[in-house]
Design a protein around this ligand. Structure first.
Ligand code: SPV
Ligand code: MG
Length: 571
């Protein structure tokens, strides 16, 4: 072959295993014993996996004496084959019975995508070769040849490999017997011979290889003669080296050390930095692929996502927010954020990202993803929103973090088909003081459902603007802090947000600035009017009243009258 031509890599696993066996290069196989270790073997760069009988038994916590049934082994192999696209050579012990068991085993292995099986010339049930190997009876040679023939005759994939393992050296029957058996197995159709030794030096393996003289591929397992330089195997013309049990042993010592440490110290703090991060486990499980598939296949079923802005301490609430952000203030027995998250979940909005800032460490609400606006002290709502830019896809509700509302408000909002829609409270048209923002001017006032008119947003008062022409007119209500963006609106939202991000004063901008920029960019923002039925928590008085409101939202609340009070609701 031309040295510059890349080696042809066959696509099927069985063809790849066969190529490894027959190639003139020294090849290597690494033990794996479950799906996770199979994936780790692939990532380390190995070309094939040894499905070790010892390691698979050990991970089940049973002995290497065929205590795990062969179907349990095959089920385990299925996880390994799913987790890694490498060829797997199963250590099939003695073939789990006579020729007939081997036939069925080969068919089942082919069905599960296993590339080959190694069978050893001992008797069922076997014992690991390193446990009193001399005492173990060998199989009758002719009977074992029948098993090899039966296996080869029952494979439907021509590349499926059967490796015959010669135990004569282990059992103390001598070199001549080992060679006699190996030749018989080759003639019976074995694709390779595994010659096993329990000596700490490679001498008998090397002698065997010399006598064998390249009659067929030779596979070795240097567990006991591990200190032999690999170059020696290469020079001896060995086809494949199996590193047979090193991952189960590595896992065992790591688990023993960590279990012992946690037990004695009664804390996790000493081990956290020296073990795989939970995210590393997720990566090995390919969790990202699941999320992508969810986006692809579940988008219509899922009710979208939410981004909750929760970075602020809360002006006027300093007395109660020393150790927590405003969203973690307790309202009627649970944090404000919990009420909000529960409200989202009730509408099937389960993918909830909260942007924290001030005392984000105190946000420990279950069922959310937390991102942190590290610049919260010097920046405003849009800077916080930008921290969650990656979450702005699909149907998304953007919400202030300090809201309580009746459930129909969110239900109606998420059901809106408009690319952009907001909730405006028409009961609030007068500010208690000039600094209050979020007043909304719309294309028409609230007709309280009489005419079913479509109303759009024209302007929302922002904390930044000095005064605007429209602000001299009475507003139509107050934006409550809920914006629904449909998937179709996301690219436009992203475009407007990035224009604003280019501005020097971006750090000071609030959500109304975004709504106004969308309107200026020609977007239509649908208005859903409500009349009360929500509360914002902006000062101690709001905080006090929010408790009554929240109590009334709880199931079977007695205090229903409190729910209708809308005055003072403010963001
Ligand atoms: C195994 O890995 O289960 C083997 C190799 O059979 S050995 O344990 O070295 O015999
Ligand atoms: Mg074994």
């Amino acid at each position: 072959m031309n040295a510059r031509e890349p080696a042809f890599v066959p696509t099927s696993r069985s063809a790849r295993l066969r190529q490894m066996l027959v190639s003139n290069e020294l090849e290597f196989m690494m033990e794996a014993h479950n799906g996770l270790s199979a994936r780790i073997v692939r990532e380390a760069g190995f070309k094939a996996i040894w499905g070790s009988g010892l390691a698979i038994s050990a991970q089940f916590g049973v002995r290497d004496n065929n205590e795990a049934s062969w179907t349990q082994v095959v089920d385990n192999l299925e996880f390994m084959a799913d987790a890694s696209d490498l060829p797997i050579l199963l250590d099939g012990d003695t073939g789990y019975g006579n020729f007939n068991n081997v036939r069925r085993l080969v068919r089942k292995l082919e069905q599960r995508g296993i590339a080959g099986v190694c069978i050893e010339d001992k008797q069922f049930p076997k014992t690991n070769s390193f446990i009193n190997g001399e005492a173990q009876p060998l199989a009758d040679m002719d009977e074992f040849c029948g098993k090899i023939k039966a296996g080869k005759d029952s494979q439907s994939d021509e590349n499926f490999s059967i490796v015959a393992r010669v135990e004569a050296l282990i059992a103390g029957w001598g070199m001549d017997e080992a060679l006699r058996r190996a030749e018989a197995y080759r003639q019976a159709g074995a694709d390779a011979i595994l010659i096993h030794s329990k000596l700490s030096r490679p001498d008998e393996i090397l002698e065997f290889a010399r006598e064998w003289a390249g009659r067929g591929p030779l596979v070795i397992v240097p567990t006991k003669y591990y200190s032999t330089p690999t170059e020696v195997f290469r020079e001896a013309g060995i086809s494949t080296v199996i590193w047979a049990n090193h991952l189960i042993r590595a896992a065992t010592s790591a688990m023993q050390a960590v279990a012992k440490e946690i037990h004695s110290s009664e804390t996790l703090v000493n081990v956290e930095d020296s073990i795989a991060a939970v995210n590393e486990i997720f990566r090995l499980q390919d969790a990202d692929e699941y999320s992508e598939a969810e986006d692809r296949y579940l988008s219509s079923a899922s009710a979208g996502s939410a981004v909750v802005l929760a970075a602020s301490r809360g002006k006027g609430l300093e007395a109660v927010t020393e150790d927590r952000p405003k969203v973690m203030l307790p309202i009627a027995g649970k944090p404000l954020l919990r009420w909000l998250v529960d409200a989202f979940k009730k509408q099937g909005v389960n993918d909830i990202t909260v942007v924290g800032g001030y005392r984000a460490d105190a946000i420990d609400t279950a069922g959310i993803k937390l991102v942190v606006n590290e610049q919260h002290a010097q920046s405003g709502e849009l800077a916080s929103l930008a921290c969650a830019a990656a979450k702005l896809s699909g149907d998304t509700v953007i919400s202030y973090g300090d809201l309580l509302f009746r459930s129909y408000i969110l239900r109606d909002l998420v059901e809106s088909e408009a690319a952009f829609s907001v909730v405006v409270d028409s009961s609030l048209t007068e500010a208690e003081n000039a600094s209050v923002r979020d007043f909304a001017w719309c294309s028409a006032g609230d007709d309280r459902g009489l005419f079913g008119n479509k109303v759009t947003l024209r302007h929302v008062s922002s904390g930044q603007e000095a005064s605007s022409a429209i602000a001299s007119q009475t507003p139509h209500g107050r934006w409550v802090g809920l914006l629904n963006v449909r998937e179709a609106g996301q690219p436009r939202l992203a475009a407007v947000l990035s224009q604003l991000q280019a501005r020097a004063d971006f750090a000071t901008l609030d959500m109304p600035a975004l709504l106004n920029a969308l309107i200026e960019a020609g977007e239509s923002i649908e208005v859903q009017y409500v009349h009360g039925h929500w509360r914002g928590v902006n000062d101690l008085e709001d905080f006090r009243r929010a408790g009554d409101f929240a109590h009334a939202q709880a199931p079977f609340a007695a205090n229903v009258a409190a729910t209708d009070a809308a005055s003072g609701a403010a963001q």
